[in-house]
Design a protein around this ligand. Sequence first.
Ligand code: NG1
Ligand code: ZN
Length: 537
Amino acid sequence: MEHDKAILEASARHAKPEGQSFEYGTAGFRMKANILDSTVYRVGLLAALRSRKLNGHTIGVMITASHNPPQDNGVKLVDPMGEMLETSWEAYATELANAPSDQALVDAYHKIAESQKIKLSAPARVIFARDTRASGSRLAANLVDALKATEVDYEDFKLLTTPQLHYLVRCDNTKGTQYAYGDVSEKGYYEKLSDAFKRAMKGPSASNGTLTVDCANGVGGPKLRELMKYLPTAKDGGIDIRVVNDDVLKPEMLNVECGADFVKTQQRAPPSSKAASGDRCASYDGDADRIVYYFLEGTTFRLLDGDRIATLAASFLADLARTSGLVEELKVGIVQTAYANGASTKYVEENLKMEVVFTPTGVKWLHHAATRFDIGVYFEANGHGTVLFSDTALKAISQYQPKSPAQATALETLRALTDLINQTVGDALSDMLLVEVILAHKGWTPKEWLNTYVDLPNRLLKVEVRDRGMFKTTDAERRLESPPGIQENIDKLVGQYRNGRSFARASGTEDAVRVYAEAASRTEADALAQKVAEQVK
Ligand code: NG1
Ligand code: ZN
């Protein structure tokens, strides 16, 4: 049969670790890098099948473990428009990864091809990239073995941020069409973003003060430095950026005491930070698909997380739609998860008067829900998110004839933002430029941004349990269905605290149950979280 011999031969060089089981979860496969060899090879086989299934459209493979420690790695697939792999195919990935022998792998491969009616002689194309982890090049070589064995046309983009790869996949699949997304090159990405940024910054004078960016010692560092070559500095109406934590020559430094995950979970600046009171700071995660902002107010650490970026972006975009005369046509909405601070939800509903939709954790759910709006803003509290414009919105924005100079100016900015914002996935570089544009237009420092609403104190706990599989949720993960009885107890506890809200759910990426609680004061939030944690133990 087509390719069997080659698949078997290469598989023998990438044996599956015995007794190890793998699952394609919300972040693809992610674990210690030294047990990922067979999995990455097998993901290559799946990428080949996926591309053949979709008439040879380009499929992306990203090798990264995002904010995980340096010794971990991971791999995930990118679908043709730059979105996450279709959910129904995740089970195939898991099946291939767990095939107990080389022959079982070939059998599983054919079973998928048959059930999906895939012609194995059809053309296929895969592009891939990796973050800066030491294990990345070895794992990429395993991927290549699979692509060669299945005769796939492939291109190695080497080191990229995750969102850059998503961008390239979409560009590759749309080139030469009316939906062409951009030039299929890293340079094309910088050119698109910087051009849009310059257009969006035409109105205000320049961004206010230097932005310090902590790159988690990951791939975002060199890529930000590259992007900066294309961006105007403040004296030319742009932005001054100071890059810190961008050491990628020591891979053991990745995500260590820095980066978006550290800042969000520790609620403090990286220890290496020399920021003074009021300085505007941002942190990326290890593959630069997440960003959070923060600053010191005196000595108090103030975090501006994904919820803040979402509210800032949604209110600005709605204002632009209104000022440009498009308001009747465009519905702006926000997508959040249960982890969004309750104060942000209240602010969106009561002050911005916009609809909020809740989805389970995991960007693919948020992304999907955001497509239901004309302008759909989605962010996880941890800083992963973007803004999606529907086809109707894009058409209205590009075709509308402004009726006044004010409308024309607003429309120009809106048009620039449709190009500035990465439409495929949350992107730290693109999101950063979006925030900078908005702050510059509003003439805001982070302090004014923070003053839009007051976060409810909250606590996130990780609870080790015997079997997290027992924890089943409903209502966008906000209520536990099983084990029976726990939800009733959580409800009772929540009722005892002012502005109390709490929920428990099994993590999709770690072997634990996460408990979230918020309440009117820090002491109450902590106490509520503790009590709920006792319920799930
Ligand atoms: P889990 O482990 O399922 O809670 C975490 C994050 C998600 C998302 C995924 C994917 C929290 C509470 N959860 O999911 O938001 O980013 O990882 O990486 O931050
Ligand atoms: Zn990431």
